[in-house]
Design a protein around this ligand. Structure first.
Ligand code: AHG
Ligand code: MN
Ligand code: MN
Length: 375
């Protein structure tokens, strides 16, 4: 204070230092960290044991380490293919393997998870330590999503989902993983983008946390995310257009057609990282599609690692996720690496593409000269 007075005398006038007047200092908003948020939510459930909270914290911790490496990706010799393919035949980058190892080791020491299945591993990994083998949760992971974008500095991500095991105790079994999408207890993603965020749901809305790298904490920045009921963005690999089935082609043509009342034509935005494409559409509204093609009748995206968790998040934000015929979360996984066509995003947009698919079935059964395609 003495220094302050001296400085004011020195300048001999009402000084720019006046902003230090405590009466003028405004209280800033309280920052809620991810850990605090998880702790607060746990208190809402009197019988919570803290295991799910612990798992979420462990995933967030591994994400910070992966984030550190992703940020250095342009600097260190970690880029390029390893010459291996993952179990679904795609190129594997070294950073995929690094991310896989980080998440798995965080889960192995957590004691709250009895097994992990990952896009990067052929089979699930039981965690059979004394602390973990009777734990009640299993986790599925896409450790690095959008990996073809690593080398070009475009947003990539991690996707996870958590299920309660079906078996009662001992080493986990395939049935613990092969469950209905609607049985997810929690799901989330981390986006390593212009800033790094963790977005997750435990079935009670969706919340987003931005990493403040200076303090190493995820801070609540996007509370209770709600997706607009409709939007102006469609996201699809348009290069595959000729390979799509007729109703999907017709829906895409609908998106491109001019109509002021419905804000068409929509804008095409496609990053090629599911996490990035969904994150943008979640905030702005829009539809993401990865339909079946003639050469890939089940589409490309993996049910357990990509479709289920993203469908859970999208629904919890008020959107819809469908394989074109039915709600994705009503589907049951029969294989760990199973693929599924997917349409997800703003509710009204997904319902419309489902209408196109439904109508095309009707016209297949009852051939008609007049068009039954909805407008
Ligand atoms: P991954 O990097 O985990 O294999 O996932 C890539 C996925 C997904 O992120 C994205 O939506 C899609 O592949 C893009 O596929 P296309 O290049 O065929 O459009
Ligand atoms: Mn992926
Ligand atoms: Mn991946």
């Amino acid at each position: 204070m003495l220094h302050l007075r001296k400085a004011m005398r020195f300048h001999g006038k009402k000084s720019h230092l006046l902003f230090l007047n405590p009466a003028r200092m405004k209280a800033t908003k309280k920052v809620i960290t991810l850990d605090e948020f998880i702790f607060q939510k746990e208190k809402d459930f009197p019988f919570a044991t803290g295991e799910l909270s612990g798992l979420l914290r462990d995933i967030a911790f591994a994400a910070k380490i992966v984030n550190r490496e992703v940020n250095k990706a342009g600097l260190v010799d970690i880029l390029g293919t390893t010459g291996l393919n993952n179990v679904t035949g795609d190129d594997v980058k070294k950073l995929d393997i690094f991310a896989n190892e980080q998440f798995i080791s965080a889960l192995q020491v957590s004691g709250e998870c009895c097994g992990v299945a990952s896009e990067e591993m052929e089979d699930f990994l039981p965690i059979s330590t004394e602390a973990s083998k009777n734990a009640k949760y299993v986790v599925t992971l896409d450790p690095l999503d959008g990996s073809s974008n690593i080398d070009v500095n475009v947003a990539i991500g991690t996707i996870f989902s958590i299920y309660r095991r079906q078996s009662f105790f001992g080493p986990c079994t395939p049935e613990d993983f092969l469950q209905k999408g609607s049985r997810q207890v929690a799901a989330g993603y981390i986006i390593y983008g212009s800033s790094t965020m963790m977005v997750y749901t435990t079935g009670n809305g969706v919340n987003g946390f931005t990493l403040d790298p200076s303090i190493g904490e995820f801070c609540l920045s996007h509370p209770d995310i709600k997706m607009p009921e409709t939007g102006k963005i469609y996201s699809v690999n348009q290069g595959n257009f000729l390979k799509f089935e007729q109703p999907v082609k017709e829906y895409i043509t609908y998106c491109q057609s001019e109509d002021k009342a419905t804000n068409r034509p929509y804008s095409l935005r496609y990053i090629g990282s599911l996490v990035g494409d969904i994150h943008r559409n979640l905030l702005y509204g829009g539809i993401f599609m990865y339909p079946a093609t003639k050469s890939a009748m089940k589409g490309k995206l993996r049910l357990m690692y990509e479709c289920f968790p993203m469908a859970f998040i999208v629904e919890q934000a008020g959107g819809r996720a469908s394989d074109g015929h039915r709600r994705v979360l009503d589907m049951e996984a029969t294989e760990l690496h199973q693929r599924s066509p997917i349409f997800m995003g703003s509710k009204q947009m997904v319902e419309r593409v489902e209408d196109y698919v439904r109508q095309s079935k009707v016209t297949e059964v009852i051939p008609s000269s007049s068009s039954t395609v909805p407008v």
